[in-house]
Write a protein that binds this ligand. Structure first.
Ligand code: ATP
Ligand code: MG
Length: 246
């Protein structure tokens, strides 16, 4: 039995008040065990980003609870909430969000330092994603796929039990997207992390253990993938018949 890393109960988020209030989330009950890769699908405006923001501690629920690895994220305030965001969760975004005037290594060190880790951890994370040799390059000297590897290294360097992503392969071609998915799959399998990503990329559903469908602020479908692709087979399986560019 693997421990539950993410747990929500009746998680609700209403934006605004009165007649113009928007019920973005209408009572989400969700349990995600360690080592699980979850993809979140749903139409525009269904509440996907809102759910990630609440789980990531960058927005607060109107009602209900959200716990991550024992931390009551929805109720945490001040120093406790800051500690959670630094140590408890890593983020990977569609457009990488690297600091352009810092090298790859410095970008990873910056976030590692917030979590109390140093240069060795940052270098190890760059090595894990296969670009230790590019540590001294600036983001502008890296391809999109390489920049997203730096962003993943940044999330990995803090050893958080949870990685959240909003369309992490959205700006990448298929080969680079597959490489990123292989890294995220490995983060689940090797370190027992939870990876929770919003994505409309059909390749992501082939790698995920669970596919959640959100409609109008509710989970309407929760499907287990009986045979998710393993980290070692992702790139070959997803790019079969296509030319792979580094
Ligand atoms: N800060 C906000 N203030 C008011 N309403 C908001 C805010 N953020 C989101 N909403 C509303 O909440 C609902 C859910 O938004 P959310 O961004 O979570 O959707 P989404 O599923 O991520 O959509 P997309 O696929 O377009 O990114 C939408 O109706 C949106 O307009
Ligand atoms: Mg969104």
């Amino acid at each position: 039995m693997t421990d539950t890393v993410v747990r929500t109960r009746g998680l609700t988020r209403v934006y605004g008040e009165g007649p113009t209030a928007v019920e973005a989330l209408r009572g989400i009950d969700l349990d995600i065990a360690g080592g699980t890769f979850v993809v979140l699908l749903g139409p525009s405006g269904s509440g996907k980003t809102t759910l990630l923001n609440l789980i990531g501690g960058i927005d607060r629920p109107t009602a209900g609870e959200v716990r991550v690895d024992g931390v009551d994220v929805g109720a945490a305030r001040g120093a406790e909430l800051a500690r959670y965001r630094r140590h408890g969760v890593g983020f990977v975004f569609q457009f990488f969000n690297l600091v352009p005037t810092l090298t790859a290594l410095e970008n990873v060190e910056l976030i590692a330092a917030l979590a109390g880790a140093g240069t060795p951890e940052a270098l190890a994370a760059l090595d894990d994603v296969g670009i230790a040799d590019l540590a001294d390059r600036f983001p502008g000297q890296l391809s999109g796929g390489q920049q997203q590897r730096v962003a993943i290294a940044r999330a990995l360097a803090k050893s958080a039990p949870l990685i959240l992503g909003d369309e992490p392969t959205g700006a990448l071609d298929r080969a680079n997207g597959a490489a990123v998915l292989a890294l995220l799959r490995a983060a689940c399998d090797e370190a027992g992390r939870v990876v929770l990503v919003v994505s409309h990329d059909p390749d992501v559903a082939r790698v995920a253990d669970r596919v959640l469908h959100l409609v109008d602020g509710r989970i309407v479908d929760d499907v287990t993938n009986p045979a998710p692709l393993g980290a070692a087979e992702v790139v070959a399986a997803l790019t079969a018949g296509e030319e792979v560019t580094a």
